[in-house]
Design a protein around this ligand. Structure first.
Ligand SMILES: O=C(O)CCC(=O)N[C@@H](CCC(=O)O)C(=O)O
Ligand SMILES: [Zn+2]
Length: 334
């Protein structure tokens, strides 16, 4: 296998490859760009005009998605997967990956869309670098742009695999992309209703990509991901990469939710009234007192059919400590 196929090994060892550009037996170019960043280009005659950004390790302890990208890269480097689009592989937070932690000082996934400029430290610099890598990758005109940012969650979930679809004023969510996610094994999609500071919010809002955060199961250390079944996603990604994706427009079985509110933690007095082991998508009854914060702030459930996602009272002040979602329909899709 080509040495550049071992991007994960290089990244975990904190090493630069001796050779920055390599060609597979089929003439596919692999180019190392920076720590944890590698671009793949098919031979020009085979290029189908698609640009695909695959990122993982934005949170260093979410290893199933890192292992998945590692397998895809190995396949490409061995000539077993034959790309027909350009691909940018990114491991988001290499130092956190080496330490097996979500982040060191700052959550990289809260530093996009300008937030890195208001912060200092290695993670702010990394977010700026990731923005630059994505911006440059998606700078070629006339090509389709797709970004999947792969994650696993802190807690168990009533719905195991789901996607979060960012929001931009004046832009509608795509039915075709949801059908693609359905075929990739996602069981639900959360349609955001506000702009955000995550990586996919950046590529969706600023770079015109179709962009999704994919949640694939529960976060576990490297080598312990037998319980995380990414087989349907892996098959679909190979098909997208090779340009032989079966057509589908079916949303059958896919559950759609709209984000109703983000619960923001304002102070150290923030109290979340949920059991520590509450699962994602747990229903919350109307009238339930979900959280309290400084200055008598109270978060009471007003929504019919509300459920909670990513409840986390330990986030830093000013950040989201949970998302309230409600069921929605496909009426607003194009
Ligand atoms: O389990 C959790 O609480 C968080 C899992 C995770 O890292 N999720 C992403 C979602 C990003 C998005 O909102 O698109 C995150 O919180 O960064
Ligand atoms: Zn994550």
């Amino acid at each position: 296998m080509l040495a550049l196929g071992k991007l994960l090994e290089l990244t975990l060892a904190g090493r630069e490859p001796a050779q920055k550009i390599q060609l597979t037996v089929d003439g596919v170019q692999m180019r190392w760009l920076s720590e944890g960043a590698l671009e793949v280009r098919p031979p020009q005659a085979l290029d189908n005009g698609g640009d695909l950004l695959l990122s993982s390790g934005i949170h260093g302890n979410e290893t199933a998605p890192i292992e998945l990208l590692d397998r895809l890269l190995h396949g490409i480097a061995r000539g077993e997967i034959k790309p027909r689009n350009r691909i940018l592989f990114l491991f988001g937070n290499p130092e956190a990956m080496r330490r097996g932690e979500r982040y060191l000082e700052l959550d990289v996934n809260r530093l996009f869309n300008g937030r890195h400029e208001q912060n200092i430290g290695p993670e702010a610099m990394r977010a700026a670098e990731l923005e630059q890598l994505a911006r440059s990758f998606f700078s070629l005109p006339g090509r389709s742009r797709l970004h999947y940012d792969l994650h696993t969650a802190i807690r168990g979930s009533k719905i195991e695999q789901f996607a979060l679809y960012p929001f931009k004023n004046g832009r509608q969510h795509s039915r075709h992309e949801l059908a693609r996610l359905n075929a990739a094994g996602m069981q639900a999609v959360l349609l955001q209703s506000k702009t955000s500071i995550t990586f996919t919010a950046f590529t969706y809002e600023q770079l015109d990509a179709e962009a999704f955060t994919l949640e694939l199961g529960k976060a576990r250390p490297f080598g312990q991901n037998q319980g995380v079944d990414v087989s349907r996603l892996e098959t679909r990604l190979k098909q997208i990469i090779e340009g032989d994706e079966p057509e589908t427009e079916s949303l059958d079985g896919l559950q759609l939710f709209a984000v109703s509110r983000e619960v923001i933690k304002h102070s150290d007095a923030f109290l979340l009234h949920l059991p520590a082991d509450v699962e994602n998508f747990s229903p919350l009854a109307k009238g339930y007192l979900l959280a309290e914060d400084v200055a008598k702030t109270r978060w009471v459930i007003e929504e019919e059919g509300a459920r909670i996602i990513f409840p986390n009272p330990k986030v830093k002040n000013g950040l989201r400590a949970g998302i309230l979602i409600v069921p929605t329909t496909d009426a607003g899709l194009i």
